[in-house]
Design a protein around this ligand. Structure first.
Ligand SMILES: [Zn+2]
Length: 65
């Protein structure tokens, strides 16, 4: 028999990862790029015209088309 989860537990919202992702419809859009050096999972901070990695300090300028 599987364990029954309480309704309160299921309703609880998870915080933390929501600021990195934006869900539009059924698509999961990444708001920030991940660091090329550190790999996926290390997100870069938005600094207007560029992104910087808080882990290794890598700076990547935004591409303007
Ligand atoms: Zn990095």
């Amino acid at each position: 028999m599987p364990k029954k989860e309480t309704k309160e537990k299921a309703k609880k919202k998870e915080k933390g990862s929501h600021e990195y992702y934006k869900i539009e419809g059924q698509e999961l859009k990444r708001l920030r790029p991940s660091c090329e050096r550190c790999g996926t999972g290390y997100f870069m901070a938005d600094h207007g015209n560029r992104y910087t990695c808080g882990h290794c300090g890598l700076t990547r300028y935004k591409q303007q088309s």
